[in-house]
Design a protein around this ligand. Structure first.
Ligand SMILES: [Zn+2]
Length: 416
């Protein structure tokens, strides 16, 4: 047994503990409480971390490590569809080794900034098996790899899904996700893989239905941009132009004339195992649907700001009782993968959120959104001992203290 003592312990699922401690046995948390109590209950070696807050490792519920080669090279944009065109062209022109090396550096950044689990969206299974899976696993990162499917032609839906299953098979054969959610050793294999649709403007209704019927868990980019709202309302605009240009337009599709959330709900797609990412363009009726379906959402405040797509109504989403998680999105629309910076941005954009709500989004809500709450998201007996610490000096509100600039992050109980 080892005891980690600090000025503050933030279990998240319980109030903050002044002069608290976390007792660890092996790779699991054995107990959490005031140091004075734990010292008697859990005899063992004590490490005193002093002026620090101990909290669960952070969960980045939406990112794309595969796009990390674009770090620092794409400036703020006001044209979402133009941005998609640009990054797609850049990817085709970048050698795989460069893409892989950048993803490797990104994983190191994820670890250094206190993130222990990711909702990672991947497009290229070959690339993934050769690089990120192994790197994420060896660095002890948990999470889900969502292999993203695109295809607007309804007739191709079955074929696209089958290709997706084949790609997942390949990832599994090469060791990725061989023990989904079963990481009993720090640093063991740690990612589960699932198929996911990209977005309402790039996936046919038939493919949405097939994915919903055949997968246990999934994510989707939803209500992210104005062009998407327009496309579903009227069937025209830049997404229609792009589909036609790529030869992917399906003339049998007719615009539903409703919001993105209503559209996917009408397809029977939304449920508690579908993580809806962005949810910028949602009204109260949309939020009521997400609530009724118990659909978790992931906000990406810095990505939305950089692409000028608008701002998600964070206060209203929290007030509706949704599970609101947080993600950085990719380095094609963000300057870094630091979840502390993402929390500060969420708070700055939404001064009506409490620091506690912001920290909860990046911990327990993220774990719930990815189905990882059995192991992660809070400090409680039986959960993973891969929690983090942040150095602070004499703070009265530990949640607030975590939102200061330049946090010094460390892993109290970890060999990584
Ligand atoms: Zn994304």
């Amino acid at each position: 047994m080892r005891l980690h003592r600090a000025a503050w312990v933030l279990p998240i699922s319980a109030p903050p503990i002044l002069d608290g401690a976390v007792a660890v046995e092996g790779d699991r948390i054995a107990d959490v409480g005031p140091f004075a109590d734990l010292r008697g209950r859990c005899p063992g070696h004590v490490t005193d971390h002093g002026d620090a807050v101990l909290l669960p490792g952070l969960v980045n519920a939406h990112t794309h490590l595969e796009w990390s080669f674009l770090r620092g090279s794409i400036g703020p944009r006001h044209d979402f569809v133009g941005w998609v065109r640009e990054i797609t062209a850049r990817k085709l022109a970048t050698p795989l080794e460069e893409v892989a090396a950048a993803a490797g550096r990104a994983v190191e950044e994820v670890v250094a900034t206190g993130t222990v689990a990711v909702g990672e969206v991947l497009n290229n299974a070959t690339f993934y098996t050769e690089t990120s899976v192994e790197r994420l696993s060896t660095r002890g990162i948990r999470g889900i790899g969502f292999l993203e499917l695109l295809g607007f032609g309804g007739a191709e839906a079955t074929e696209i899904l089958q290709a997706g299953w084949k790609a997942l098979e390949m990832i599994r054969e090469q060791g990725g996700g061989s023990r989904p959610h079963g990481n009993d050793r720090l640093g063991g294999p740690s990612l589960a893989f699932h198929l996911s649709p990209h977005a309402p403007y790039s996936v046919s209704p038939a493919l949405f239905r097939l994915i919903r019927a055949q997968t246990e868990r999934r994510t989707v980019h939803l209500a992210e941009n104005e062009a998407e709202v327009r496309f579903l309302a009227s069937g025209d605009g830049p997404w229609r132009d792009l589909l036609q240009e790529l030869g992917r337009w399906d003339p049998s599709w007719s615009p539903p004339g409703v919001s993105p959330v209503r559209y996917l709900d009408a397809l029977g797609f939304l449920d508690s195992r579908t993580l809806a990412v962005h949810v910028v363009h949602v009204d109260d009726a949309d939020i009521a649907i997400l609530r009724r379906r118990r659909t978790p959402v992931c906000l990406c405040p810095r990505s939305n700001a950089r692409l000028s797509v608008g701002r998600a109504p964070a206060r209203r989403l929290f007030d509706a009782g949704l599970t609101v998680a947080l993600g950085t999105d990719s380095l094609a629309s963000n300057e870094d993968l630091d979840m502390f910076a993402e929390m500060r941005a969420l708070r700055d954009q939404n001064p009506d959120l409490s620091p506690e709500e912001v920290v909860r989004a990046a911990t327990l809500n993220g774990a719930r959104a990815l189905g990882l709450e059995r192991d992660l998201g809070s400090l409680a007996p039986g959960k993973s001992a891969r929690f983090i610490g942040v150095k602070v000096k004499g703070v009265d509100d530990p949640y607030e203290g975590l939102l200061d600039e330049n946090p010094m992050v460390f892993y109290p109980h970890d060999s990584h």
